[in-house]
Design a protein around this ligand. Structure first.
Ligand code: NAD
Ligand code: UD1
Length: 340
């Protein structure tokens, strides 16, 4: 049985990945400081899987505490989700973002070196492709033309990991570039429910559906896309979680850096997401067109063929599944919602 340390394992993507790992008989050690998650998630992971796992409430910035985790477990590989991820906040608080994401990762890498752990899967993002690449995005396209500190932390960490693999052939790293994860576990026990007014499309739609927010602002209806609204590659978080297990399976084959897009390869417009959500929930989503959001691109989606070829992974859930599961989760979090 392989022992996998999951940083940020109480978060949105991390919790779904822990479920998938436990259901595939991996032993799991979670490290999280709950800066953007809560301890109840751990109970939910246990309720879904009926499996035990280790947990440490630990900040990656606290290297002494982190070293305890490495001393107490024999770790085969790490999936590194822990990081701050709000783009707008990163523009306002760049030092906090660079410190948490980059220094946190450096502490983790230092501990790996000290304890002879040399396999890591990193949560990167489609944001590293920047503004100048043609769509669909392929893994061999140039990166680094990022437009905000959050994106730059991802590009910097990708570079750090590639440098480490270049200098030490024993190391094996996978950089997984996620597109737009939405949806939730079909049990409705884990999912995404951010505090405050959401920045991202699906959490915003679900808050309109529950009556917390009056209507959706659709940012821009004059893009050169099929219906004028922005197009993204939405991917079900459970597909993403399965992609991580596939990544871990082949992480031990050879050293070096490997890069994979995790997307569906299909773009959907904002209005398509709204319509599909309405169909799945039976709840109307009032919206109004608003000016374009600064920094948004018109359209992007993944070329997902490399992950299919090399990891034998392909997204399986449809946009309808994603909307259904997002709604199911939010209803379970919010009793007496409009749709009940
Ligand atoms: P999330 O915020 O739900 O999960 C991140 C987890 O890391 C949280 O539980 C948080 O408490 C923890 N954390 C943050 N800083 C920490 C630290 N210093 N020490 C210990 N724990 C810490 O986010 P998510 O959506 O699950 O994203 C996971 C990863 O995937 C992040 O690195 C994110 O940047 C990346 N990513 C997310 C998306 C997305 O749209 N959700 C897209 C691309 C990449
Ligand atoms: C966001 C992140 C990006 C990250 C990506 C992956 C931002 C600005 N960017 O991308 O760094 O890599 O997630 O998950 O957060 N929209 C509306 N109304 C809303 C919210 C969004 O019309 O209230 C539109 C946007 O203009 C966009 C689409 O919905 O066309 C998706 O937006 P969002 O969910 O915020 O994700 P991205 O901006 O693609």
């Amino acid at each position: 049985m392989k022992h996998i340390l999951v940083t940020g394992g109480a978060g949105f993507i991390g919790s779904h990945t822990c479920v998938e790992l436990l259901q595939n008989d991996y032993s799991v050690i979670i490290v999280d400081n709950f800066i953007n998650s809560s301890p109840e998630v751990l109970d939910s992971i246990h309720r879904i899987t009926k499996k035990d796992f280790a947990f440490y409430q630990c900040d990656l910035l606290d290297e002494d505490n982190l070293s305890r985790v490495f001393q107490e477990h024999s770790i085969d590989a790490i999936i590194h989700f822990a990081g701050l991820k709000a783009v707008g906040e990163s523009v306002r608080q760049p030092i906090r973002y660079y410190f948490n994401n980059v220094s946190g990762t450096l502490n983790l890498l230092r501990q790996m070196e000290q304890h002879g752990v040399n396999r890591l899967v990193f949560s990167s993002s489609a944001t590293v492709y920047g503004e100048n690449n043609p769509i669909p995005y392929r893994e061999d396209m140039p990166t680094g033309q990022t437009t905000n500190p959050y994106g730059t932390t991802k590009a910097m960490i990708e570079q750090i990991l590639q440098d480490q693999c270049k200098c030490n052939s024993q190391w094996g790293v996978m950089l997984l570039r996620y597109f737009n994860p939405i949806g939730a576990h079909p049990s409705g026990l884990i999912g995404e429910n951010p505090n405050g007014i959401p920045n991202n499309l699906m959490p915003y739609i679900t808050q309109v559906a529950t009556g917390k927010l009056p209507y959706l602002n659709v940012f821009g209806n004059d893009y050169s896309t099929s219906d004028g609204t922005g197009v993204r590659d939405y991917i079900h978080v459970c597909d993403l979680a399965r992609g991580h297990v596939k990544a871990v399976e082949s992480l031990f084959d050879e050293g070096g850096t490997k890069i994979y897009n995790l997307g569906t390869g299909r773009g959907s417009s904002v209005l398509e997401v709204v319509k599909t959500f309405e169909q799945q929930s039976g709840v109307p989503i009032p919206y109004q067109f608003a000016p374009r959001r600064a920094g948004d691109l018109a359209e992007y989606y993944a070329d997902a063929s490399k992950a299919e070829r090399e990891l034998n992974w392909q997204a399986e859930y449809s946009l309808a599944d994603m909307c259904r599961d997002s709604w199911n989760f939010i209803q379970k979090q919010t009793p007496n919602t409009t749709g009940e």
